[in-house]
Design a protein around this ligand. Structure first.
Ligand SMILES: Nc1ncnc2c1ncn2[C@@H]1O[C@H](COP(=O)(O)OP(=O)(O)OP(=O)(O)O)[C@@H](O)[C@H]1O
Ligand SMILES: [Mg+2]
Length: 249
């Protein structure tokens, strides 16, 4: 049986670009089988945190451990299904060829590919578009292909930066069904979103604002703690609390 451990551990992380500090005192653990949603205003530092967890940025202070490995570490990348906020696809290849290319990079064998490509394409409703060139894809189709690529190798960890942008409500539900199924298999999912319904689907939520974690917990814990009905209201109240603290400092 797989041991239950923390797939992601972030300790006292400080991060920034040049002299600008973007993230302060970030502490975060994501257990295996857990879905954590990062929410926060545009520019709050969500992508910066994800890039640091992926090892694309070295922490200015503090540490990041992924699958028991201190990041940055290139080897561990083969175990992460990553969907960047900006699509990184090959325009001159078809959808299927993109899946095949990135799958091969992630170590998926030809035999596995015959099963994985239809599965991943099915999750995002791209079955009928796989033979089209990506240059002829719509924006939403590109987002969906990026998500299918993150799923292609069935990795133990998924890191998804705004996976539901450009996705209609029906498909969003279908994607969430798949994400829950993946987590039930013991795999770990970290995602960012601006959609409060996504935050409510997650097991845990972390709110980042002005580079600080201002609230953290399960959706039920947070609504109870703030005595409100929705995650959106938690977020607004936690933001007001942060502003009040700052004025008092
Ligand atoms: N490569 C970079 N060089 C300098 N500053 C950067 C760089 N990338 C991001 N920043 C800055 O860091 C801050 C956080 O950006 P980040 O992309 O992490 O925000 P975000 O929470 O992901 O926002 P969004 O919801 O819009 O995606 C912003 O002030 C941004 O301008
Ligand atoms: Mg971002």
């Amino acid at each position: 049986m797989q041991q239950l451990t923390d797939t992601i551990q972030v300790h006292d992380l400080q991060q920034g670009y040049g002299k600008t500090i973007v993230l302060r005192d970030i502490n975060l653990t994501v257990a295996s089988g857990d879905i954590l949603a990062l929410i926060g205003p545009s520019g709050a530092g969500k992508t910066t945190l994800i890039s640091t967890i992926m090892g694309m940025l070295k922490p200015k202070a503090g540490s990041v451990t992924v699958l028991d490995t201190t990041m940055p570490n290139r080897q561990i990348l083969a175990k992460i299904g990553y969907m960047a906020q900006t699509d990184a696809l090959y325009d001159v290849l078809t959808g299927r060829e993109n899946l095949d290319f990135f799958g091969t990079m992630q170590g998926v064998t030809k035999a596995q590919m015959a099963e994985r490509i239809p599965h991943a394409a099915g999750v995002v409703n791209l079955d009928d578009d796989l033979n089209k060139y990506v240059k002829d894809f719509s924006g939403g189709m590109k987002r969906r292909l990026s998500l299918a690529i993150a799923l292609i190798s069935d990795p133990p960890l998924l890191i998804l930066d705004e996976p539901t942008v450009g996705i209609d409500p029906e498909l969003r539900q279908q994607i969430w069904q798949e994400l829950h199924k993946i987590a039930d298999e013991g795999k770990t999912i970290l995602l960012t979103t601006h959609v409060m319904e996504d935050a409510e689907e997650a097991d845990h939520v972390m709110m980042i604002r002005n580079g600080e974690a201002i609230a953290q917990g399960t959706p039920a814990e947070l609504t109870k703690q703030y005595q409100v009905a929705t995650i959106e209201e938690v977020f607004l109240q936690a933001g007001r609390d942060q502003d009040a603290h700052r004025r008092n400092d």
